[in-house]
Every structure is written in structure tokens, then in C-alpha cells.
Ligand binder design. Structure first.
Ligand SMILES: [Fe+2]
Length: 156
């Protein structure tokens, strides 16, 4: 079903659609991982890490909505189903159970790093095909890199 007409030619649209869908999956998983750790963190730094993790949840949820709606605006149906997220996320699975605060910070350093690497690839891939979507990826990358810095600083 082709409901929304895309402003992009097919070759460009394919590149951008893959980038937006990949970003959606990564960001939904980032929001889930951050919540999982938010609930399970323990240790002397509980309070600050617990609160900081919800900031990541907010950023990931906001940006997942932005990329999904950008896909829709281009005529591409976004897929945020749990099975799709589980199959396509670039973030390593998080173990069940309580997480020591320093391990929680390390988990976020790794998760953010993985998503940032893939987001920068999307920035590079979409510049010619659709600078509007590229601009979205650039903004997301800046936000994620800010949080990546802060988590790295906490475990230094
Ligand atoms: Fe909470």
C-alpha cells in the first residue's frame, strides 16, 4: 500500500529509508536498555545514575519519534515492533538482574557508543540522498555524544 507520496526519487528513498529504520530500531532499544538499567542499578551512586538514565530514556524516546515520523513523511512505513527491534538493534543484550552502579555506567558507555557509530554512518550515507534526514541524524548524534561523554567521565 502506497499511501504517502515521497518527495524523493526511489534510489535516494531506499538509502534514507534504511537509515531511518535502523535509527528507529537503535533508539527504541536504547530507551529500553536505559530503563532496564534505571530499574536495576544498585550501589553508592544509585541516585545520580538512576536519574541520569531517565534523561537517556527521554532523549531516545523523543528521537525515536522524530525518525519514525520522518520516515512516515517520506512515505516509508516505520517498524517499531518488539520483534523488529530485537532483530535489528546494534546494542548488545543486557544481562538480567541487579546492576552495580559502575557496571551500569559501563553498559551505557557501550550502548551509546554502538548507537553513535551507526548514527555517524547514517550521517555519511544520507548527505546526498536527503540532507533533511541527515540533519536529523546530526542532531541526534550530538545529543547522544553528550550523554556518552558524561557516562565516560563518571567511570574515569
Ligand atoms: Fe523511574
Amino acid at each position: 500500500m502506497n499511501v504517502v507520496k515521497s518527495p524523493l526519487p526511489d534510489t535516494d528513498l531506499r538509502i534514507v529509508a534504511e537509515a531511518l529504520q535502523g535509527a528507529l530500531v537503535d533508539l527504541v532499544d536504547l530507551s529500553l536498555v536505559a530503563k532496564q538499567v534505571h530499574w536495576n542499578v544498585v550501589g553508592p551512586r544509585f541516585r545520580s545514575v538512576h536519574l541520569q538514565l531517565d534523561e537517556v530514556v527521554d532523549v531516545a524516546r523523543t528521537h525515536s519519534d522524530t525518525v519514525a515520523e520522518r520516515a512516515s513523511a517520506l512515505g516509508v512505513s516505520p517498524d517499531g515492533r518488539a520483534s523488529t527491534v530485537a532483530a535489528g538493534s546494534g546494542i548488545s543484550a543486557v544481562a538480567a538482574g541487579w546492576v552495580k552502579d559502575s557496571d551500569a555506567v559501563g553498559t551505557l558507555v557501550a550502548a551509546l557508543g554502538a548507537v553513535i557509530t551507526r548514527m555517524r554512518e547514517r550521517v555519511a550515507a544520507t548527505g546526498d540522498a536527503d540532507p533533511v534526514s541527515q540533519d536529523i541524524f546530526i542532531g541526534i548524534t550530538a545529543d547522544l555524544e553528550k550523554h556518552h561523554w558524561m557516562f565516560q567521565a563518571e567511570n574515569a
